[in-house]
Structures are given as C-alpha cells and as structure tokens.
Unconditional design. Structure first.
Length: 626
C-alpha cells in the first residue's frame, strides 16, 4: 500500500512537471536509455556473497489432529464444521466445455480448452468465511482428485469437479487444540501446496497474537532462535516483545494424499511480522520466504528472510528443524523473495518418471526484483528503468546445519522496465495497484530430462514504440535455465518476453509449465470499459520455436467479472497457477467480483482448469508462427 502511494505520488509529480501524457497517470512518458541486453545477461553489479550465519528456529511438534479434518468440531457450537453439498456449486452457463481435439495448431487458437470451473471461497460460494480483510489472497493446489484452497484465514476442500467436501472453515480449526487455534489469534496469508513426491498436502498460515502488558495469559511455548552451530543445545522460550505481539508460522502436513484426513502440525515463533510469506516444495525441504517487519503496524523496517523446514521428518510427523537466513547482502534493494517450487507429473502410488526431479544436492533457488530506484526523477527529470533480477542459492545440510549456506544475490540483467502504472476499471475512477514492484504467483520448477528450468512473472507498463510508456499494462515473464554445476554456476535467462498485446491492463499473473514445456500465463485483465476478469494465454513447444519470448496462443477467458472495486486500490494480493499430477491440466485461482460486489470485503474467488493443445500427444505438422 505504502509503495503504491509513493509510486503514484512520483508519477503525479512528474505529470505536474510536464512529463505526463494525455491519457493520465499510466501514460507518463519515459526515455528508453538502455539497449536491449545480450542473451548472456549476467552482470557484476553485485558480487554474490556467501552467508553461513543461519539460525535454527525450534519447530514445535504439536502432534496430529484429534480427528480427520472433515470431523473436527466448531469450537463455538460443538458441531462438525463441515459443509458437504449434494449438488455442484452454481456455475456460469456453459462454463464446462469439453476439450475438442485439433488437427493443427498453426492457427494460434487454444480451441475449447476449458475444463472444470467453480466458485472458490468468497461471496459467490457462500458459507462461513473470513471477510475481515479488504482483499483476498487466494492460494491453492491440486492432486488427482482434490483441490484445496486457502484464502486469508479460511480453508476449503473441493473435489476436482467442484463439489465442496469441507468448508469453508476458519483455519484455526486445523489447529483447534493448540496455541495456533486459541482465541485472540489471527491467522492469515494461508498457503497450500501438494507435495507430489511425498503425496501429502502442506498448509501454512501466518499467526499474530496480541496481549496487553497486564494479561495473565500464559506465553505460547513457541521455542527460540539459536545459532545453527548450537543446534544441540536446549533453547529457552522466546521473550515477548515490548508491544506484546507474538508472531508465528503454523504448518500442517497431511498424513495421506486425502486432504480431508489427519494432519501433523507444527508451529514456529518468529521475531517479527512476516509479510506475504511464500511456500516452495523442494526435494530436501519445505521452504518459506517473506519480508520481516518489526510489527504488523510498522512497514518501514524490513528484511528479507528465507527458511527451510526438514521435509523428511515432517512427512513422518517427527520433530523437525527449521533453519533460516536473513538476507544480509543489499537488504534495502531486495524484499518479497519468491522460492522455487517443484512441479512433477506423478501418478498416485508410483515413482516419478526418471529425470523429472531436482538432482541430489541441488540448491533451492530464490528470486526477487531489485526494488530501489536506479535514478531520482526529481533531480534527473526522468524515470530510469529497472533491469535487475536477483537470484540466491540455498544449500541446506540437515546433518550439519552450521555448514548450510545462502549465496547471492547474483543479478541477472533483463530487459529494462519502469514501474508506477495504476490499473483502470469500468465505471469508476478508482485505480488499482498492480503490485509491479515484485514477482507474483509461483516460481515453478521443472526438470525436462536434464534441462532444468524455472518461470517467473511480474507486471510492467506497456512500452510505446521509440520508448516511453503507453496506456495499459502487461506481464513480463522469464524462463531461466539452471546450470548443470549449481555449486559454481548460476542460472541464465533462456527466454523472456512481455505479454501486452493491447491497451488493456493485465496484472497479478501466475505462470507454469506443463510436462512438455508448454507455458501458460494466467492473469487479471481490466480497462475503463471492462470489469476485472480472469484470463490466460500460452505458448506451445509444437509451434512456437520460431517466436521465442512470445505468448502466441489466443487469449481465453476463465471468469468474467461483473463489478469493479470502488473504495480501495488493493486488489487480490496474489493468484496461483498450478499443474495437476497428469502434467497437462492447469488450475488457476484468483479474485473476481460478482454482481454488485463493489465493497471492500465483497469479493469472490474462482477456481478453473484448462489445458494447452498438444500436451497429451504433440500434433504435427505445424506451420511456423509468423
């Protein structure tokens, strides 16, 4: 919010100074002062720093849930907090369209690729859900039979046809007999991942508990922070802060592939407010990143952090370690870290195909956009373009935590991009923040039989021919290729592009590969004549080899919006695009607004699936894309 206000203020200042265009805030003119970089994008602006100053955070094992998720009682009524529908939720007419096989792909048409579409947590689904937050932060993931969604402090389980199996329920219910589920505790920013290798679900929420200085409420036994070199020592309970707020991370890991069953539960204390935590599944751990603040009321003091949790032990419900690094190198330049997240096609009960998972010993990669202004428009008279993407490598040794290390950032030079656009909506002058200062969605990883790659995306203003910004915004995306020798080498940018085909505003994207390397990009789109709606595009390996860096499949709509947001610039703070275990079906969840849903808390979310053509069997022949 604060960064949005600052950026808008700078744009307005520029406009008043005479450097603005006719179309409003988003039409501020820029000079294109940097040439497009070469394909070898690594620069030595910052030499990567090796850190070995990790700390171990005691990850308290709270034991399993007292019963399966679908049978847990509502503490306020004593009844089961379960909502099973006998009929499918309300859907838009024609929302399910069967996939039609195509004989050719050269028309750049996605055909009729949509699969199941149904409402997620929010007004259109109904039931009990947390609407105390002005914007939803939908997260979800899919297995062969289930879709699990977390939105703010609520949780729901669906089958893949859209039938609600559990929920929506307060997330505290999952931890109902532990400190995470006590009264006065607020859980938010829920994140869900399906660990296809372990065939389990991981659900995590940030927790905040406030007490007054005169309270006799006992402290939560949340452990303490200790140096990794003293991992064998006992730690004392963490001291409460002067403001008496307590911050922690609650984690649950299912015992089976069925998300309605029993969960192993853990909780870790943290020494500040973790803004927008992100979760990544990797071979050697579950990784959490975030931007730490001294409190949830103070966003001026911040530091980036990456933590690893001992996955193998959590799968068995055993006591596990949690190891964290604070990013020490250039902490003011980088925040909002995004961890790599493993995608692999794997049938239930069978091993993954060979050559499809990270090699043994592979580090976890973490990414961020450089967030400091290269130039000062008040003194230079123009806005300089950003062109740096930070990369870190995390090596974790659970047998000897003190030898674990964080290396980075290496800065990859990418195509320059400005910041400061404000998104238009239909029927209102209220602009929206596109969150263009950070990477969004996930950082999905795939191993294509030895070629390892990761995708990233973020919002950017449209660039006019000859330089400067044009009306609208788009999504910049990158495909990074990982090195065969991760200890000594770094990722490179294999291809990059900007999807901004017209003057509409596209933002809040999420990107992913299918098992063949086809790329899908899902996002929100709006304009002065369109309510925010959910759409997607893509590129397919069968036809797009001559047009690298382009999303040349025709744009498709998943869910049309019927209302705009009237009183706040904050739109849903994240969206999530995942791929099912079949390796072909994409699943997307994001915010939209239904009929007369214009208030701060009058939001809905959508869950929808689709495929790109040719995943099951590549189709030939195919004409080159012009």
């Amino acid at each position: 919010m604060k960064q949005f206000i600052i950026r808008c203020g700078l744009v307005v200042a520029c406009t008043l100074a005479g450097c603005g265009g006719e179309e409003g805030v988003e039409d501020v003119k820029e000079e294109w002062e940097q040439e497009e970089p070469e394909d070898s994008p690594v620069t030595a602006m910052h030499v990567p720093v090796e850190q070995r100053d990790s700390v171990l955070v005691r990850l308290d094992n709270l034991g399993p849930t007292s019963s399966v998720l679908s049978m847990l009682p509502n503490p306020s009524t004593g009844r089961r907090f379960i909502q099973i529908r006998t009929a499918r939720p309300r859907r838009t007419v024609g929302s399910r369209i069967p996939t039609t096989p195509k004989t050719e792909l050269n028309d750049l048409d996605l055909g009729n690729p949509r699969g199941n579409q149904f409402p997620g947590i929010g007004r259109d689904l109904g039931g009990s859900f947390s609407s105390r937050f002005g914007q939803p932060a939908p997260s979800g993931d899919v297995s062969s039979d289930y879709y699990v969604q977390a939105v703010n402090g609520s949780l729901a389980v669906f089958n893949t046809t859209g039938r609600v199996l559990v929920g929506p329920i307060p997330a505290q219910l999952l931890w109902h007999d532990t400190p995470c589920g006590t009264s006065g505790v607020m859980l938010s920013d829920g994140t869900v991942r399906y660990d296809a290798l372990g065939e389990v679900w991981i659900i995590t929420y940030r927790g905040v508990a406030s007490t007054s200085s005169s309270s006799n409420e006992p402290r939560l036994a949340l452990g303490a922070v200790e140096a990794a070199s003293t991992a064998g020592q006992e730690s004392e309970p963490h001291e409460m802060r002067a403001n008496h707020n307590r911050y922690f991370q609650c984690v649950a890991v299912s015992t089976t592939p069925h998300p309605t069953g029993v969960y192993h539960r853990y909780v870790a204390s943290v020494d500040g407010f973790n803004e927008a935590p992100k979760l990544g599944v990797w071979r050697d751990g579950y990784y959490l990143t975030g931007t730490m603040h001294s409190s949830h009321l103070n966003s001026t003091l911040r530091r980036a952090r990456v933590c690893a949790m001992e996955r193998e032990k959590m799968l068995r419900g055993e006591d596990a370690k949690m190891l964290c690094f604070n990013v020490a190198s250039h902490p003011m330049h980088y925040a909002d870290l995004l961890p790599a997240d493993l995608d692999v096609e794997k049938p239930l009960g069978l091993p993954p195909p060979p050559g499809r998972t990270p090699p043994m010993g592979s580090p976890l990669y973490v990414f961020s956009l450089r967030q400091t202004e290269p130039g000062n428009p008040r003194t230079s008279g123009h806005y300089d373009f950003f062109n740096r993407l930070g990369v870190w490598k995390v090596f974790v040794d659970w047998a000897d935590p003190a030898s674990s290390k964080l290396i980075g950032p290496l800065e990859l030079r990418v195509d320059p991009f400005p910041m400061g656009v404000a998104v238009r909506q239909k029927g209102t002058t209220q602009r929206l923040d596109p969150l263009d200062y950070k990477l969004v969605g996930r950082a999905p990883y795939r191993n294509f039989n030895g070629r390892q790659a990761i995708l990233l995306t973020h919002a950017v203003p449209r660039i006019a021919r000859g330089g400067g910004t044009a009306p609208g915004s788009g999504l910049r995306w990158y495909e990074l290729e990982l090195p065969a020798d991760p200890l000594n080498d770094w990722p490179i940018v294999a291809q990059r592009g900007t999807y901004a085909p017209d003057a509409n505003f596209r933002w809040l994207g999420s990107i992913a590969f299918d098992r063949l390397g086809n790329i899908a990009l899902a996002f929100t789109r709006s304009s002065a004549s369109e309510n925010p709606s959910l759409r997607y595009t893509g590129r397919t390996t069968a036809c797009d080899t001559s047009a690298r860096g382009t999303m040349s499949r025709s744009e498709q709509i998943l869910k049309g919006g019927n209302s705009s947001q009237l009183r706040t610039p904050i739109w849903g703070t994240t969206s999530t695009l995942n791929v099912g275990p079949d390796g072909c079906t994409f699943w997307y969840t994001a915010e939209y607004r239904g009929d007369r849903q214009t208030g701060d808390t009058a939001w809905s979310t959508h869950i929808g699936s689709f495929r790109l053509p040719g995943c099951d069997a590549p189709i030939r022949p195919c004409n080159p894309v012009p």
